[in-house]
Write a protein that binds this ligand. Structure first.
Ligand SMILES: Nc1ncnc2c1ncn2[C@@H]1O[C@H](COP(=O)(O)OP(=O)(O)OP(=O)(O)O)[C@@H](O)[C@H]1O
Ligand SMILES: [Mg+2]
Length: 256
């Protein structure tokens, strides 16, 4: 059991649809099945709470809902500033849902049009303030670079960039790596190639030429496709599934 002053924070990034959420779910499954760590999952994709659904934990309120509630309370002068400040921690804990295996909160989606910056600032503060209660935090990020550029994940231990077996996926991964190198403090960063089938030697060659740290290869898994087809939550994927076994190995390496 690792004893830490602050938790090990792992952010999962990548192009849209490459398998960030599935990797997060399978890592959560592995950590909660094989280890005894207090695990927090953060659904940091503001467009749709896929992660929550896949792990069967739906929070009543998102961080965005809390932000909107706070702004309304302040604007309507419904409470004193002191009371509002004191209640923030309590409210944040209300946005966390727990199961026996792990806890989860969701960044949510702003109601109005425009920028996610206010909620991202809150998200960053929230991560800092509650992280002390957990051993490991997994952050399922929104697609692309924005979450790195907006410094939501300014300080993480491990960045996992997911790609599919396309050159476009690798190009996006490379752009994310550059952005992360510029804007984020991290200790380790690597790439996971997902949905692998057939000969991927051209992809491996490209990764080598970019000096990318290849951390894992996950096959295209018929069980994942079947679960998806039937809308089943992926956290229930059988332990013997090909993709899960690969993710289990990855987790073992990361937690060494
Ligand atoms: N190893 C795999 N084998 C088969 N299908 C997979 C695998 N990994 C992901 N998929 C499928 O690819 C699709 C995208 O996966 P997922 O939602 O995890 O990607 P994402 O990167 O989180 O997407 P988004 O950018 O929309 O958040 C899903 O339909 C999923 O079932
Ligand atoms: Mg996703």
């Amino acid at each position: 059991m690792l004893k830490r002053i602050r938790p090990l924070t792992i952010a999962i990034l990548g192009k849209g649809g490459v398998g960030k959420t599935i990797l997060t779910v399978l890592m959560a499954k592995s950590i909660s099945t094989d280890y005894n760590y207090k695990l927090l999952l953060i659904d940091a994709d503001p467009t749709y709470p896929h992660l929550s659904k896949m792990v069967k934990l739906i929070p009543e309120k998102s961080i965005e809902d809390l932000r909107a509630d706070l702004v309304n309370t302040v604007l309507n002068k419904q409470d004193s500033a002191d009371n509002i400040a004191e209640s923030i921690d309590f409210k944040v804990y209300n946005a966390i849902v727990e199961s026996k295996q792990f806890s989860l909160f969701s960044i949510g989606q702003p109601e109005g049009p425009g920028c996610f910056c206010p909620s991202n600032t809150i998200l960053r503060k929230v991560i800092e303030s509650i992280s002390k209660d957990f051993d490991i935090i997994l952050i399922d990020c929104e697609a692309g670079l924005e979450i790195v550029n907006r410094l939501v994940i300014q300080s993480v231990d491990i960045i996992l960039i997911v790609s599919d077996i396309s050159i476009r996926g690798i190009d996006t991964a490379e752009a994310i790596r550059k952005s992360a190198e510029k804007f984020t403090k991290y200790k380790r960063m690597g790439i996971i190639i997902n949905k692998v089938k057939g000969d991927i030697s051209s992809i491996l060659k490209k990764l080598e030429s970019l000096h990318f740290n290849l951390m894992g290869i996950i096959p295209e898994d018929i069980k994942v496709i079947e679960f998806d087809l039937n809308g089943k939550p992926l956290i229930d994927l059988p332990l013997e599934s090909e993709s899960y076994i690969k993710v289990q190995k990855l987790v073992k390496t990361l937690l060494k």
